[in-house]
Design a binder for this molecule. Structure first.
Ligand code: ADP
Length: 881
């Protein structure tokens, strides 16, 4: 397109911008990246930089703002964090070369890279403990394909399923920072569930060609240098291949360079892992604490003591994807057991980890030509530690400690040791990165530039002596290069061969032939040195790429080792035990603890609890007890112990035997989704529906206070019906922990074979309650709501009034609430009558006590009549037997 009214530069800008309409264009001009038009308006707002304009006096000035080239990184980060893409447009030829051309023209510019939230390589922009994924979805027939890539580590995965809801869960689990989707998906009815799962992350829509199966297959083969995808196990996953191929297309479009480190893809099945949906992950506070949103106070915060960045990423993955395969789980348990037994060696290995940098990301950076000399030094240090780690590993027998390759990188570390200076600057084009002795030509150039300084000092001495001007100095500036400076007062004494270049107020500046010749040689040497160092550096980087797969495999092994040793360390420190994995369908936990609550509580000791769930007589446990007794804690700790066992960890319990669970569901009232415009009750019911529809007889369900969000009778009825349904689900029932404040549900134990009542014991003492925190068999019929309210600091006046109201309700007296209570259904009446019995007994006791203590001889007839009247009134309140 042509823009006749625009200047040539603006025309160039506009024609480039046209191709990158959805990105903010950083247009390089001198030492700045400039932005124009809407980009400038947006960026100035986000970056809080001044918005100016070009051609201020023109009729329609062009809005513009800029950021210094050298500080661009920080500004880039802010734009990316705000969900924008940034296209970086550089000068792609040296402006100096244009000087020799006769006709004046603009230096060529083009976009060298588009930075998007999912295409980041810079350490400053990445969280070292979290993978940064770009995810893609594709639909072919009934199958949906999913693929995701972390370009900073080379992790690339692919899967496919005809179970669409599983894809949605997987999107939530992967939690990508960016997604690419085919345009046609926007028309599908399920589209909004995809965007919901993406949590407002950046989405790029690509046309259907980018997803066309054959193109995608060929693209992947070309990327991996293979002729078939058979070897990766995904040749038959057409929808998956389409999603993965689209990612490669997008990478090429945005990175504009080779991504040699993407040398393979891992196929996986969505049902290979214990499914923990996003909500359960939040409810159980696996990765983040619900209140603070940080890992402190979450399971990850307690468990993750990894020492390497790749270990930390893998650890998070293990928590999010516990295994289903008993053998694999047992292998991890074996390894932990051995690491605990040989804890001194384990400690030594952990010590070595301290000098292992993020090998995965270093490898990728090097392969993509983004590494500087400091990265190469980090690589060298990391690789040098590996043989020592390897030597300790020979002391272990478990599979997890056997690397499938050696850790020898001697040639490479030798090369890096000889070539790269440890004090190298972060930039790679200004020299100072290659050691002397590595390249003869470079050494010569370095000596010329270094010797130059001495030569200049000598020249100064020589010229001072020759001219007798003691204040003569050799100086340098960018405009004139080297020159001799003489005070004006002595300018008479300068010899004839000095050529005057500049006159200042107090001084004259001169050059000489000798000085200019020297300058040519030294300056030339410096420039040559910088470009030679750059060349040598890029050659070394290329050499390292040959080791890329080995480095990547080493990084993976170190990640796993770090994870296992961390699990061993926390197991030992926190007295976790090895769980037995059974095939009988039992979950038996003796003296179990909540791994986070036991660390966080202050003031009281954590009380361990035992629990046994099976598919015979204890499948649905109805757990009652007052608020604050510890119901949620035991529910969550049971789910967490199962999850930890399946991730391969030891568990916080005296003893545990766990069967394999396929899905853990939780319905816990801690979260509401009011911001999404839904009522608490609606959210509660949706979550319950999800559980009832998707639970299998191998699942574990945590139901905490279901039915709270509606009226008592609705809530009670729903809770009861849900409990009954779970007891019967798929004709087998499902293991469920059902905490409820509806004591009426304890009746179910009598009618349903696999339902059992438990309660969390409390002790009453002087109208107060003491939480014993012990889970015991049997139901309870007291809520102790008023006592708990007092503990919470409700004013005494309110407490007393609440007691009066409760008394009235329990006695069927009229009160605002007793009206509501009157049409109670039989079961509720029965509960109330239980309460009543106790009250009646109390009244009888009082009547008897009064009679026993009565001094008949000291009572007047009138007093006796009054007393009789009072006693009759009291007695009338007690129903006749
Ligand atoms: P509920 O669900 O019955 O209202 P929670 O499970 O939320 O009660 O427990 C309330 C608090 O009691 C927890 O925050 C914790 O501090 C404490 N708590 C719970 N279980 C135990 C336990 N087994 N030992 C010691 N303290 C506990």
């Amino acid at each position: 397109m042509n823009y006749p009214e625009a200047t040539p530069m603006m025309q160039q800008y506009l024609s480039i911008k046209e191709k990158y309409a959805d990105a903010i264009l950083f247009y390089r001009m001198g030492d700045f990246y400039e932005m124009f038009f809407e980009d400038a308006e947006k960026a100035s707002r986000i970056l809080e930089i001044t918005l100016t304009s070009r051609n201020k006096n023109a009729e329609s000035p062009v809005p513009m703002c800029g950021v210094p080239y050298k500080a661009a990184q920080a500004y880039l980060a802010r734009l990316i964090n705000n969900g924008y893409k940034v296209a970086i447009c550089d000068q792609i030829e040296n402006p100096a070369d244009l000087k020799n051309e006769s006709s004046k023209r603009l230096v060529k510019r083009d976009v060298v890279r588009v930075v998007t939230p999912g295409m980041i390589m810079e350490d400053e922009l990445l969280d070292e403990k979290t993978n940064n994924y770009i995810l893609s979805i594709s639909q072919i027939g009934n199958n949906t394909g999913i693929s995701y890539l972390d370009i900073s580590t080379g992790t690339f995965r692919i899967s496919e399923t005809d179970n669409f809801p599983a894809i949605i869960e997987e999107i939530r689990r992967v939690a990508p920072s960016e997604a690419i989707l085919p345009e046609y998906l926007q028309k599908e009815t399920f589209f909004s569930s995809i965007t919901d799962a993406l949590h407002k992350k950046a989405i790029t829509f690509l046309d259907k060609n980018a997803f066309e199966y054959r193109n995608c297959r060929d693209r992947l083969n070309a990327q991996f240098k293979t002729i078939s995808l058979e070897g990766f196990g995904c040749a038959n996953l057409k929808a998956g291949v389409s999603a993965a191929g689209a990612i490669i297309h997008y990478v090429c479009e945005t990175q504009k360079q080779k991504t040699v480190h993407l040398s393979g893809i891992k196929t996986y099945r969505l049902d290979n892992f214990l499914l923990i949906d996003d909500l359960t992950c939040q409810n159980l506070e696996l990765l983040k604490n619900l209140r603070t949103g940080t890992k402190k106070g979450a399971l990850l915060g307690i468990l993750d003591r990894t020492n390497t960045a790749m270990g930390a990423r893998m650890f998070k993955n293990w928590i999010r994807c516990p295994l289903l395969d008993i053998d694999r789980i047992r292998l991890r348990h074996d390894a932990i057991e051995e690491a605990i037994a040989k804890k001194n060696i384990a400690r030594q290995i952990r010590e070595c980890f301290k000098s292992v940098y993020d090998l995965e990301r270093l490898g990728s950076k090097i392969a993509m030509g983004r590494a500087n000399a400091r990265d190469l030094t980090a690589l060298k240090r990391s690789l040098t530690s590996l043989p020592e780690i390897g030597s300790y590993l020979s002391e272990f027998n478990s599979d997890a400690f056997q690397p499938d390759q050696n850790f020898q990188f001697d040639e490479l570390t030798d090369l890096l040791e000889k070539s790269i200076r440890e004090d190298a600057p972060p930039v790679i084009n200004e020299g100072g990165i290659i050691k002397s002795g590595f390249n003869a030509e470079l050494d010569e150039l370095i000596s010329i530039s270094r010797d130059g300084k001495g030569w200049l000092a000598q020249l100064e001495v020589k010229e001072k002596a020759a001219t007798g001007i003691n204040s003569l100095k050799v100086k340098y500036n960018k405009v004139f290069g080297y020159f001799l400076e003489v005070p004006k007062s002595r300018s008479e004494s300068v010899p004839a061969h000095y050529v005057r270049k500049q006159t200042l107020v107090n001084a004259e500046r001169y050059i000489t032939d000798e000085l200019k010749k020297f300058e040519f040689k030294v300056m030339g040497a410096q420039e040559k040195r910088a470009s030679l160092e750059y060349k040598i550096f890029t050659e070394i980087r290329k050499e390292i790429i040959k080791y890329n797969n080995k480095i990547h495999a080493g990084a993976q092994f170190i990640a796993k080792l770090d994870t296992i040793l961390t699990l061993a360390l926390i197991a030992e420190e926190n007295e976790y035990t090895r769980p037995e994995i059974n095939t009988t369908g039992d979950i038996i936990i003796e003296e179990g603890r909540h791994p986070v609550v036991e660390k966080m509580i202050t003031g009281e000791r954590f009380v361990p609890n035992s629990i046994s769930i099976n598919n015979n007589d204890s499948q649905v446990l109805i757990i009652t007890g007052p608020n604050m007794a510890g119901k949620s804690t035991i529910l969550r700790q049971t789910a967490i112990i199962v999850l930890m066992a399946q991730m391969g960890s030891f568990v916080p319990a005296g003893k545990a035997s766990i069967c394999i669970t396929d899905k853990i569901f939780t319905r816990i009232g801690a979260l509401d989704n009011l911001s999404a415009g839904q009522s608490t009750f609606m959210v509660e019911m949706q979550e319950t529906a999800n559980i009832l529809n998707n639970a299998t007889s191998h699942s574990l369900i945590i139901m905490d206070e279901i039915g709270r969000g509606t009226s008592t009778f609705d809530g009670l009825s729903i809770a009861r019906a849900v409990a009954e349904f779970l007891h019967e689900i798929k004709d087998k029932g499902v293991k469920t922990l059902f905490a409820t404040h509806y004591h009426e549900l304890t009746d179910l134990e009598h009618t349903k074979a696999k339902i059992k009542n438990y309660n969390i014991a409390v002790k009453e003492w002087n109208d107060e309650i003491i939480f014993l925190r012990k889970l015991v068999e049997g139901g309870t019929n007291r809520s102790y709501g008023i006592q708990v309210a007092r503990l919470a600091g409700i004013p005494e006046k309110v407490i007393q009034r609440a007691k009066e109201i409760l008394f009235d309700i329990e006695n069927g007296n009229s009160s605002p609430d007793s009206q509501k209570i009157s049409p109670v259904k039989p079961k509720i009446r029965r509960q109330l009558s239980l309460f009543k019995k106790r009250e009646d007994q109390e009244r009888e006791r009082k009547i008897i006590k009064k009679l026993q203590n009565l001094d008949i001889s000291g009572t007047t007839p009138l007093e006796a009549l009054n007393l009789l009247n009072e006693l009759q009134d009291k007695a009338k309140k007690i129903p006749a037997a």
